[in-house]
Every structure is written in C-alpha cells, then in structure tokens.
Ligand binder design. Structure first.
Ligand code: NDP
Length: 483
C-alpha cells in the first residue's frame, strides 16, 4: 500500500515511531494508503530543521522568497489534475469540485502571498519635530500550522503561504483524515527548490503530533483551523506560553431570505451554500430563515431541487454530490438527524444514509442532502454545529425577530442575507454577529479581505495583510530628532 511520508529538512522520511495509520477512501470505505503515526520525536526533528533554516530564510530577500513560492504555485497549477484526483479520493468530494475549487484555490493562495509580500509595508509615526517612529515587522521564527480535513490543500496552503512569505519557517500538520495532498505538496516543494527545513510537514494524530506542535516551547505562534473544542484546548495549552494564536473555528451560519430578493438567484445559490462539499464547509449556511410571505414557495422549490440532487462516485466528473469524509463523521451527522426528529422536526427530504448506483461505492459513506423544518431556533439541532448535508428551515416575520434568531448561537463566522432593499442589507450586516456577511451571494472571495469569525468561531483574522501581520512581530523603533 502507498506510504505517505513526513517532509522534514527537505527530505521525505518515515516516522521515527515506525508506526502507521490507515488512510480510508470515504467513497469506497476501503483503506488505500498508510500515514505516519508521528509523535513528539518527529515534531522535534521538524522543529530542529525549521530552527536551522530560519536565519537564512528570514534574511532571504523577499523578492527571492516570492520567486520560490511563485514556482510552487506554478507546479500546483501544472499538477492540477493529479492533485484534484488525490483530493477527491482522500476526502470523498466530487473531483469536479476539487478541480474547480480546492486545487485552483490552493494555487491562488500561494501565488497571492508570493505577490503580497512584495507589497507589504509597515507604518511610520512622525512626532512633529521631536522624532520618528517606524514599525519594523520581523518574522516570528518557527511557527506551527494545523489544518482540518474539509478543504485539505486549500486550507493548508492558506496558512503556510503567508507564514513562509513573511520569512518564518514552519512545522505543519494536516488533518490525519486527509493527508494526501499535503504529502504531494511536499514533493512539489522539493521540485520548486524550497530550501531544506523551511517547511516541514509532520503527519499524524491531533493528540500526539498536533499536541507536540502546540506544546513545543520554542514554536512561537500557532495558526489553527478546526473545531471549536480543539481550538479551546489549543488556547489553554498555548496561552500560558504566550504563543501568538490565530484560531479559525466552527460555525452555524444563518442564511436570511427576505421576500424582496431575486428569488431564482437566491434559490440556486442557497442550494450551493447548503450542500457544497456535502455541507462540510465552515461557511455553509445551515440555518435558513425565510420571510413568512414566501416560506411555502421557497420550501417547495428548495425541497424539489434538493431531492433531485443525486449522490455519485466522486471520481465521476459529472458527480456534484459526494461522500462525507468518514464513517465516524457520517454516524455523527446521522445522530443529529435523529436528534432533530426527537426535537420535533419534520424531515422534508433526505434524512438517511444512501448508496450511489456505482458498485465501487457500495460501502461508502454517503448521506442524502437533508432539509428539516418545524424546529425551535433554540433547540440543539439549531444551535450545535453539524458540519454535514443538513439544513433547517425557519419562517420569520420581522427583521428584529430574524436577527434575534440568527445571533442566538455561540458561533459567528459567516452570514448570508438575500434582499434587494439596500438600507436593510446594510442594517442587517451591521447587526449580525458574524465575521463575514455575504449580501445576495455566497462564497465570493477576495483574498485581500479579513477572514475569520467572532464569538466561538475564532480569534484573529486570516487573509491579505492581516495574515502577514499575524506572522510578523511588530517592533517600534524610535529615533529622536536633535536640532
Ligand atoms: P478538528 O478540530 O478535529 O481538527 C483540526 C486539526 O487539529 C486536525 O489536523 C487535527 O488532527 C488537529 N488536532 C486535533 N486535536 C488536536 C490537539 N489536541 N492538538 C493539536 N492538534 C489537534 O477539526 P476537523 O478536522 O474535524 O475540522 C472540522 C472543523 O473545522 C469544523 O468545526 C469546522 O467548522 C472547522 N473549520 C473552520 C474553518 C474556519 O475558517 N473557521 C474552515 C474549515 C473548517 P486530527 O485530524 O489528527 O485529529
């Protein structure tokens, strides 16, 4: 069986532990590769390599760092098809999604930060005739990047690109559930000429390899994307060591639909914002609030469209809806559907495990896209993150009422508002407790904008110069002017 290897000090190596984990293809339910079950000793080797590489990489002219990263972006683009195929097999997502979204975005992430570092600047504060302050933004040192399974290469590169561009060296751990494309990226890093030790990728479980990164006394910053519980644990471990932390966590996003919206555009996009990547995108809208006057019209049109969505073998280019990421995750989502019924919800479509017509997928982990109505907005189904192909429908009468329901959750990552009323759109955006608000659209991304959530959805912002600021330490230099 194919072995995924760690990438340490510029080389692809087996774990010191010589222990391996099975990597499952969620569409077939079958093991198909082995992953290093790394522990603290592998992380220590990765740290040493990163620490050795730091003096040289941090003083490499930014234009040169930019060139190497641009080469890496070019190589991702040149290998788009094989990377998309690997992502689809590893994650269960349709290969069409991986080749149109995940891999192009991974390429853009690297290319964007390779370019952004050429434009990054710091501030000066002039004290009339007394002195000049300037801010010296220095790379931090060795930093840790930990990413989740839902958008594997996309979110992995979203972290490592700004970290590397700003002159840090990195110890990174992708999710053990979907490690393949990070491994393939390490091969491309070697081809791109990234100096040894600048990026180190350690594969393994969160509680062993991940924990060793966050607990390492000399890894000075952690950029983490994943669940809120894991984020809270990381904060509790890292804060007493005064590590810099960027935490991108869970969501329970509202989609708010007013009667005056462009109905057809809204309907098409709401199907996507509910079920893209089988609902496993932190930005998916899982609570759909619909103004009462169009509730029945929306419900009928939406359910009809969703019921027509066919799950298929993710490797078939025509498949739009694939497998969820694994057996445990599938069972968790199915338990939430059961809970919704116990809480009084009515399943309008879906609600169960399904098997596509392809024999290869006979033991795969597929759940029908599920729409539920009739739940109280405060019930567990409407308050807890499910992170699967499940949405709830709730009618509302007034702006005040829908704001109260939308803001009632502990999360605050992304919200979507559908209305043609300009003032209302601004007013809603102002009052929504959410790091991102999309008006009449969803997942329209400009990589320069601040990305992140409020409340239990996270701390800090990624994207654009925000990410470069996170990965640098500002030092104020004050020069007194003498007459
Ligand atoms: P997890 O929190 O389970 O895991 C995220 C990463 O952290 C994985 O690499 C995991 O490793 C690792 N990890 C787990 N435990 C520890 C630990 N004790 N110390 C260090 N690292 C650890 O999240 P999921 O992978 O399940 O991802 C889904 C979650 O991510 C959802 O809540 C979703 O909302 C959120 N998310 C947020 C986004 C945002 O931008 N705000 C974007 C995308 C997803 P391992 O896989 O081995 O457990």
């Amino acid at each position: 069986m194919k072995k995924i290897l760690n990438y340490i000090n510029g080389k692809l190596v087996e774990p010191a532990t010589q222990k391996w984990l099975n990597n499952v293809n969620p569409a077939t339910g079958k093991d198909y590769s082995l992953i290093p079950d790394s522990d603290a000793s592998d992380v220590e080797e990765a740290y040493k390599a990163a620490a050795n590489a730091f003096p040289s990489w941090s003083t490499t002219p930014y234009a040169e760092r930019s060139q190497i990263l641009t080469k890496l972006a070019d190589l991702i683009g040149a290998n788009l098809e094989s990377l998309a195929l690997a992502e689809s097999i590893d994650n269960g997502k349709p290969v069409s999604l991986a080749s149109h979204v995940d891999i192009p975005r991974a390429e853009s992430n690297i290319r964007f930060f390779a370019s952004a570092i050429n434009h990054f600047h710091s501030e000066a504060h002039i004290m009339e005739d007394r002195g000049i302050n300037y801010t010296n933004r220095k790379p931090i040192g060795v930093v840790g990047c930990i990413s989740p399974w839902n958008l594997p290469l996309y979110l992995f590169t979203w972290k490592i690109a700004p970290a590397l561009a700003s002159g840090n060296t990195v110890v990174a751990k992708p999710s053990e559930v979907t490690p393949m494309t990070a491994y393939l990226l390490s091969e491309l890093c070697i081809e791109a000429g990234l100096p040894a030790g600048v990026l180190n990728i350690v594969h393994g479980l969160g509680p062993s390899a991940g924990d060793a990164i966050i607990s390492h006394p000399k890894i000075k910053a952690i950029s983490f994307t994943g669940g809120t519980k894991t984020g809270a644990y990381i904060a509790s471990k890292a804060a007493p060591m005064f590590k810099k932390l960027s935490l991108e966590l869970g969501g329970k996003n509202p989609a708010i639909i007013f009667a005056d919206c462009d109905f057809d555009e809204m309907l098409k996009t709401t199907v996507r914002s509910s079920f893209a990547n089988q609902g496993q995108i932190c930005l998916c809208g899982s609570r759909i609030f619909v103004e009462r006057s169009i509730y029945t019209k929306f419900k009928e049109a939406f359910v009809a469209k969703v019921a027509r969505m066919k799950a298929g073998n993710p490797l078939d280019p025509s498949t739009k809806f694939g497998a969820v990421v694994g057996k445990d995750h599938m069972n968790k989502v199915l338990e939430y559907i059961q809970l919704a019924k116990e809480e009084g919800g009515t399943v309008l479509t879906g609600g169960n495990r399904i098997f596509p017509e392809d024999e290869a997928c006979a033991e795969g982990y597929f759940i029908a896209p599920t729409v539920i109505e009739g739940l109280d907005y405060m019930c567990r189904t409407n308050q807890e993150e499910i992170f699967g192909p499940v949405v709830t429908l709730t009618p509302f009468d007034t702006e005040e009422e829908v704001l109260k329901m939308a803001n009632s959750v502990e999360y605050g990552l992304a919200a979507t508002v559908w209305t043609s009323h300009l003032n209302r759109a601004h007013k809603m955006a102002q009052q929504l407790e959410s790091g991102i608000v999309w008006i009449n659209c969803w997942l329209v991304r400009d990589l320069r904008t601040p990305f992140g959530g409020v409340k239990s959805s996270g701390v800090g912002r990624e994207g654009g110069f925000e990410a470069l600021r996170f990965f640098t330490e500002p030092q104020n230099v004050c020069i007194q002017l003498t007459s």
